[in-house]
Design a binder for this molecule. Structure first.
Ligand SMILES: [Zn+2]
Length: 335
């Protein structure tokens, strides 16, 4: 919070928050990406057409900017700096550890680089960082099991969660049960993607087969009232990304986004930017649009921030000071 100088009641920049759904290789907004890779040709992204394959091609353009260990170190530092300026006290970026891309022999070597860079960035910015290790749904089951074993060895040493990404419609959750079992044994938070490009049955599979504690997206749970009740009863947090949902045509527009209805039903939700390099939004942008477009109150904004902290893998010191500061912010906000 050291970088935040102003003191305006209700300023969302000053609301302490955790960023829980953020893909590392696309974690910078285009402006920050341009600063970091001044000499590289500007990435040319094709127009959004709302399809997942087009999105994956856009992600590949952004990821290809990262060519070395040093590029990842600089990315992590810039990500933490940008986060500090938006009131983020905890970052939980996800990575599939594609080590060969940057000339490393194996995933552990890459994880070492990421964890070291994160420790340096934490020292310099005051923002805590813990990684979500995230295999692809469309990849081999053995890859996910190998990543789960690696994540388990780094539990409490830079890794806090285990995820699952990529095309939900093409990869069933069931075959990842063993990998998520390893993550559970190690005490990692289970946070797979679900309920984005597939409906309630996919969220249910993530709960039943993977023991999900957070769902990245999960917005299509709204289609099934029984599932919504279950999310409330089991205190599952949905890590929601409104701009991403519109740009990938999960919802037709923000006016039809289910976040207000999910909150009204009592579901815990965090707000997130997903892939700022592709979607162009920062976390603060998402908080501001939630207040502006959904008409959420200051108390609701504080609840979202508190959910992001409570459901994060942040250590106790960061959690308790953030939750206290959120109460102070909420009490001082305009009524
Ligand atoms: Zn995502």
């Amino acid at each position: 919070m050291a970088l935040i100088a102003s003191n305006v009641a209700g300023d969302l920049r000053q609301l302490p928050k955790a960023h829980l759904h953020l893909h590392l290789s696309a974690a910078l907004r285009p402006g920050s990406l341009g600063e970091l890779f001044e000499d590289a040709p500007r990435p040319q992204l094709e127009a959004h057409d709302g399809t997942f394959p087009a999105f994956l091609r856009q992600m590949a353009v952004v990821t290809n900017l990262l060519r070395s260990v040093d590029d990842y170190a600089r990315l992590i530092h810039k990500m933490a700096e940008d986060a500090a300026a938006e009131g983020v006290t905890w970052l939980e970026p996800s990575t599939g550890l594609r080590a060969k891309r940057i000339g490393l022999d194996n995933e552990e070597a890459m994880l070492e680089v990421l964890v070291d860079s994160a420790r340096d960035a934490e020292r310099e910015t005051g923002v805590g960082i813990g990684f979500i290790i995230t295999p692809n749904r469309t990849g081999p089951t053995e890859d996910a099991i190998r990543l789960a074993r690696l994540a388990a060895r780094y539990a409490g040493r830079g890794v806090v969660s285990f995820g699952l990404a990529d095309d939900e419609a093409r990869g069933s959750a069931d075959r990842f049960a063993e990998a998520f079992g390893i993550a559970r044994e190690a005490g990692l938070i289970r946070a797979p993607h679900a309920g984005e490009h597939a409906g309630p049955e996919s969220v249910r599979a993530a709960l039943n087969a993977l023991g999900a504690q957070r769902i990245q997206h999960g917005v299509r749970s709204i289609e099934d009232p029984d599932l919504v009740r279950r999310l409330v009863d089991e205190q599952i947090c949905l890590d929601i990304c409104p701009t991403s949902n519109v740009q990938l045509a999960v919802v037709p527009d923000l006016a039809h986004h289910p976040l207000p209805a999910l909150l009204a039903a009592g579901v815990s939700a965090s707000l997130n930017a997903d892939c700022p390099a592709v979607f162009g939004c920062s976390l603060l942008d998402e908080y501001q649009l939630a207040q502006r477009i959904f008409g959420l109150s200051y108390v609701q904004m504080a609840r979202i921030a508190a959910a992001s902290i409570r459901h994060s893998g942040a250590p106790e010191g960061i959690r308790s000071s953030a939750l206290t500061a959120i109460d102070v912010w909420s009490n001082a906000a305009p009524r």
